[in-house]
Design a protein around this ligand. Structure first.
Ligand code: NAP
Length: 276
C-alpha cells in the first residue's frame, strides 16, 4: 500500500486515481474543478501542495504544459509541498516542460502513457519511463498497476518517447482518412475500400475506425484538442524535416479550428472526406 496523490482528474487522471485506489493504495486527489474530484469518492486536498504533503509519491496527469506549470509551480503548487517525495509526471507535455519541472523537483520521473481511457481502466497502458534508473526501479511496481513500464532513458526521455509514439497516431489516422477519400473519388464502394484497407499496412486502424466513420459519430476518447497540442509539441520540439508529421498536423489544426476539439481526434476523417 502506497500513499499516492493524484493531481488532475480528467479522462485519464480520474481512471488512474480510481485504479490505484481499487488496488489498495491510499489515494488523495486534487483537481482544478473540485466537483470532478468529489465525484470519485476519494479524499480531496485543497491545493496540489497539500495533496503532495504526506504522500509518498505524487502523480500529475493534466492537459498540457501550461496546466502542468499551474499545478506544480507557485505557493500552492506540487513543488511547494513535495520535499523529498517522488513525482511521476504522466501528462503529455514534451521534453521542455519536463526539463523545467525537473529543475524544481529532482526526484522526478517522466512517465507519459500510450493507450486511452479503457487501457487506463484495465491497467494495460504502455508507460514510457524517463529518469534515474533507481527511481524507475523504485516506482515500477506502482506503475505496473496501470500498465507495462518501458524504460527509455534519462530525464525527459519518456516525454520524448511519447511524442514519437503519437507522431505515428496522427500520420496513421490521416492516411486512413485520405485512403477512404481516394476510394470515394475513384468510385469504389465503402465495402470495397475497407476490404482493401483490411489487407494493407493500416489494416488494424482502418478496422478500428470503421464503425465511427460509418456512424458519423466521434465521441471523445483522446480529444482532438489534446492531439493538436501534441502535434504542436512535436513541431516545436525539433528542427527535423518532418513533412508527413506537418501534413498530418494540418488536418488536426483545421478540425480544431472548425470547432471539433472536444470530439475524438479521429474526427479529422469526416473533414478529409468533405463531410464537415
Ligand atoms: N485521453 C487520452 O486518450 C490520452 C491518452 C494518452 C495520453 N493523454 C494525455 O494525458 C493528459 C490528460 O489527458 P485527459 O484525456 O485526461 O485530458 P482531460 O480530460 O482534458 O483532462 C485535463 C485535466 O487537466 C486539468 N487542467 C487543464 N488545464 C488546467 C490548468 N490550467 N490548471 C490546472 N488544471 C488544468 C483539467 O482540470 P479541469 O477538470 O478543471 O478542467 C483536467 O483535470 C494529456 O496530456 C493528454 O494529452 C491522453
Amino acid at each position: 500500500m502506497t500513499r499516492v496523490a493524484v493531481i488532475g482528474l480528467g479522462a485519464m487522471g480520474s481512471r488512474v486515481a480510481r485504479r490505484l485506489a481499487d488496488a489498495g493504495n491510499e489515494v488523495i486527489v486534487w483537481n482544478r474543478t473540485r466537483a470532478k474530484a468529489e465525484e470519485l469518492g476519494l479524499p480531496v486536498a485543497d491545493t496540489p501542495a497539500e495533496a503532495a504533503r504526506g504522500a509518498e509519491v505524487v502523480i500529475t496527469m493534466v492537459a498540457n504544459p501550461e496546466a502542468l506549470r499551474a499545478v506544480t509551480e507557485g505557493d500552492n503548487g506540487v513543488a511547494a509541498g513535495i520535499g523529498d517525495t517522488a513525482l511521476i509526471e504522466m501528462s503529455t507535455v514534451g521534453p521542455a516542460a519536463v526539463a523545467r519541472l525537473a529543475q524544481r523537483v529532482p526526484t522526478m520521473l517522466d512517465a507519459p502513457v500510450l493507450g486511452s481511457v479503457s487501457e487506463a481502466e484495465t491497467g494495460t497502458l504502455k508507460i514510457f519511463a524517463g529518469g534515474a534508473a533507481e527511481l524507475v526501479e523504485r516506482w515500477s511496481p506502482l506503475l505496473s498497476m496501470l500498465g507495462d513500464v518501458i524504460p527509455v532513458g534519462g530525464s525527459g526521455a519518456g516525454a520524448a518517447a511519447k511524442l514519437v509514439a503519437n507522431s505515428t497516431l496522427f500520420g496513421t489516422i490521416a492516411v486512413v482518412g485520405e485512403a477512404v477519400a481516394l476510394a470515394d473519388a475513384l468510385g469504389l464502394s465503402r465495402d470495397a475500400a475497407f476490404a482493401v484497407l483490411g489487407v494493407s499496412p493500416v489494416a488494424a486502424q482502418a478496422e478500428r475506425r470503421r464503425p465511427a466513420i460509418e456512424a458519423g459519430e466521434y465521441p471523445p476518447r483522446f480529444a482532438l484538442r489534446l492531439a493538436r497540442k501534441d502535434a504542436d509539441l512535436i513541431a516545436d520540439a525539433v528542427d527535423a524535416d518532418l513533412r508527413v508529421a506537418e501534413a498530418a498536423r494540418s488536418w488536426l489544426v483545421d478540425a480544431d479550428d472548425a470547432g471539433d476539439g472536444d470530439e475524438d481526434y479521429s474526427v479529422v476523417v469526416p473533414r478529409i472526406l468533405g463531410e464537415r
